[in-house]
Design a protein around this ligand. Structure first.
Ligand SMILES: Nc1nc2c(ncn2[C@@H]2O[C@H](COP(=O)(O)OP(=O)(O)OP(=O)(O)O)[C@@H](O)[C@H]2O)c(=O)[nH]1
Ligand SMILES: [Mg+2]
Length: 684
């Protein structure tokens, strides 16, 4: 490695000599080598990691204490070489060379090498080392290397590369202290002569041909690594042949998702009952403390019922994210991406859309921001437009409510309905992408170039923290947006108050008859029958009150519009209210059916809903209605946050409005078709 002539002095270099500048260490390495995991281990932060190349797409800064000094540590996207191709590679390169506007140039490097992929990693190493920055090599994943039967001669490698090499296991923190010590040593040895800016050196890199670099990497590996065990490699290749098969791979993906949902259903019921119990108890306590009246109703029927109706789905959300995080860590998702890329490209979506599409299953907002990695503007627009069709976690409470109505005691059928809903979202996204590509945003999509990472044991700790983060986000939303909307909805459902004169004569007569019947039964000693009749009377009154309220009037106004989907006016109100945020439909229905069905006091929401009847006595939630409701919520765009982000990232409100419009029309049409079709088929 040649030393270049000293650079011309600039004011910046003068400053360097007089005052020691704050050290900045950048983490450089191949994609998926474990940079972010090491970054988290060194800084104590919790940046997103996954067993998938391309997880990090932006620079991220953390603080690190080294020898009593606070040092900046920058995590970067992965690089295969210093000739950057994609936008996230460019970001990493700029960060490394000190060209990123918001970040200072690194004064030292941690070059992370994946020890199970040393030869390929050394290609980048040969270029990075020529930049001449003080460098410590972290030889990561030595645990995996050991399992693969690889033995790496660390001292030999250090001699070949001309810098310290520290074996580490970033995931468990093994070797991280030694790495710190080595960093302290390297930093203490500040170069006396200001070195040439890395950017200038990078420009001189191409003197060595690629071939020479590959040859060098091969030679170094030949000298420093001893016998890889072929058998284990053979096994994971055999697994990959199955999992990336065009047909079997898709089936395996579906089966896996079915398994995940089945687990969610079977594991969540106990904590869900517990939460239900807690909110029931809270309601009872509040009802005991506060005298009956509007305030009691606000707190018990409005706030506690509204928030409780949503929070009950917390266990399902936690379990889902826990399982997905585990899955992400195994390396399976890269196989799924490979299988899906073929499908996606056929409809014109770029392979790079897979990761945003996957993360849209948590929330469309970060997913839309993650579309930055898609370089072609039209491809990016198409991806943004269809992303919210993926099932985000806000839809989960709605799915869970409907499947609970449909299949209360059959978890397998419930899981199948869930898988169906998820698949419908994906299918709709693919179809809409196809339509957009054929009409307003034509163009050819580029294939995904993706290496398949090696399989790894997932980390329970990582999964736990992912679950914690998602759970907290969900609870925060329940405690703020959902609570506020619950209060508004309660008020709309209770005011204006009904005066005796407002009750229609027919209903008044019915109520009077029921009350008389109750009194007669009471005197005859049939207490149970009497209570039933009294409940019916109370039901009639509260239903009247609801119909009389603002919400009731609004509901009746829009009822003709939702009728084709099989919805009654309460559901119509739920749908309308949930255009701000989808989960609101659950709290709306908790409030509406909770108020309207006094007799079912204390029963869980789904039980109350299952028993709900129309004025003619027929059940509200028949099979066609449930499926229509499910289809509507799979396809509808009901999230202000997403609309705002889509407008920003797509570069204009017209795109966000197009998205809102097409999704609403799609949801309405598909739900109507579902309801009418199932009714026609005679499903009850
Ligand atoms: N077995 C093992 N797994 C590790 C180790 N370090 C990281 N991993 C796993 O490797 C995967 C990739 O880790 P990340 O930290 O996301 O990798 P990255 O280099 O930041 O990846 P990009 O951001 O995509 O460039 C994750 O599943 C980690 O849990 C290690 O030392 N041993
Ligand atoms: Mg990363």
């Amino acid at each position: 490695m040649t030393l270049a002539p000293a650079p011309p002095d600039t004011p910046a270099h003068e400053a360097t000599r007089t005052a020691p500048r704050r050290q900045t260490i950048a983490l450089v390495g191949n994609p998926n080598a474990g940079k972010t995991t090491l970054f988290n281990a060194l800084t104590g932060l919790r940046a997103k990691t996954a067993n998938f190349p391309g997880t990090t797409i932006e620079l991220r800064v953390g603080a690190l204490r080294l020898a009593g000094e606070s040092v900046r540590l920058i995590d970067m996207p992965g690089l295969y070489s210093l000739s950057a191709a994609s936008s996230e590679e460019r970001a990493a390169l700029d960060g490394l060379l000190g060209l990123a506007p918001e970040h200072p140039a690194p004064t030292a490097l941690i070059l992370l090498l994946d020890s199970t992929n040393l030869e390929r990693n050394l290609f980048l190493a040969s270029q990075v080392l020529e930049l001449g920055l003080p460098t410590v090599i972290a030889l990561n994943m030595v645990d995996l290397a050991q399992r693969l039967g690889l033995r790496i001669k660390v001292a030999e490698l250090s001699r070949e590369l001309g810098c310290p090499v520290v074996p580490v296991v970033a995931k468990t923190g093994r070797g991280v202290d030694e790495l710190r010590a080595e960093l302290e040593r390297v930093i203490a040895r500040r170069p006396d002569v200001p070195h040439q800016p890395a950017a200038e050196r990078a420009r001189q890199l191409d003197t060595q041909s690629q071939h020479q670099r590959y040859d060098w990497a091969e030679r170094v590996v030949g000298r420093c690594v001893v016998h890889p065990d072929r058998q284990i490699h053979g096994r994971s290749e055999a697994i990959d042949r199955v999992l990336t098969h065009p047909v079997v791979g898709v089936v395996a993906f579906l089966a896996l998702m079915l398994g995940v949902f089945y687990l969610i259903f079977s594991l969540a019921s106990i904590p869900m009952d517990l939460i239900d119990g807690v909110f029931g108890w809270l309601g009872d306590v509040a009802a005991g403390l506060i005298p009956a009246g509007p305030l009691q109703s606000l707190i018990v029927d409005g706030m506690i019922a509204g928030v409780g109706g949503v929070v009950i789905f917390l266990p399902q959300i936690c379990i889902l994210f826990f399982l997905i995080a585990l899955l992400e860590d195994t390396g399976y998702l890269a196989r799924a991406a490979f299988v899906m890329d073929r499908l996606m490209r056929r409809v014109g979506l770029p392979g790079k859309a897979f990761v945003p599409m996957l993360s849209a299953h948590a929330c469309a907002v970060p997913a839309i921001m993650a579309t930055k990695v898609i370089d072609d503007r039209r491809d990016r627009l198409v991806t943004i437009l269809v992303l919210p069709l993926m099932t985000c976690s806000a839809r989960l409470p709605v799915y869970a409510m409907v499947t609970g109505l449909l299949f209360p005691t059959q978890p397998l059928l419930g899981a199948a309905a869930f898988t169906g809903a998820y698949s419908l979202g994906i299918l709709a996204a693919i179809s809409m992408a196809l339509i957009f590509k054929r009409t307003i945003l034509p163009g050819q999509a580029r294939p995904l170039v993706l290496e398949l990472p090696s399989y790894k044991m997932p980390s329970l700790k990582t999964a736990f923290f992912v679950m914690l983060d998602r759970g907290i986000i969900f609870l925060k939303k329940a405690g703020t947006v959902i609570l506020a909307l619950s209060i508004v909805l309660w008020w709309l459902a209770n005011f204006p108050e009904m005066q005796p004169g407002d009750v229609p004569a027919g209903t008044a007569a019915q109520v009077a008859a029921l009350e008389a019947q109750a009194a007669a039964l009471e005197t005859a000693g049939q207490a149970e029958q009497a209570a039933l009749a009294a409940d019916q009377a109370a039901d009639l009154i509260s239903q009247q009150q609801l119909a009389h309220s603002f919400l009731g009037r609004l509901g009746h106004l829009i009822e003709p519009a939702v009728l084709p989907m099989g919805f009654d006016w309460q559901l119509g109100v739920g749908v309308l209210a949930s255009f701000a945020a989808r989960e609101v439909v659950v709290s709306t229905l908790s409030i509406l059916y909770g108020l309207g069905e006094e007799g079912a006091e204390g029963a869980a929401l789904v039980d109350q809903m299952r028993a709900a009847t129309r004025p003619d006595g027929s059940l509200v939630f028949t099979l066609p209605v449930c499926f229509s409701l499910l289809v509507f919520y799979v396809l509808a765009m009901q999230c202000f946050a997403t609309t705002a982000i889509a407008a920003r990232e797509a570069g204009g409100w017209r795109w966000a409005l197009l998205q809102l419009g097409y999704m609403t029309v799609l949801a309405y049409g598909a739900a109507t078709l579902t309801y009418q079709g199932l009714t026609w088929l005679g499903a009850a």
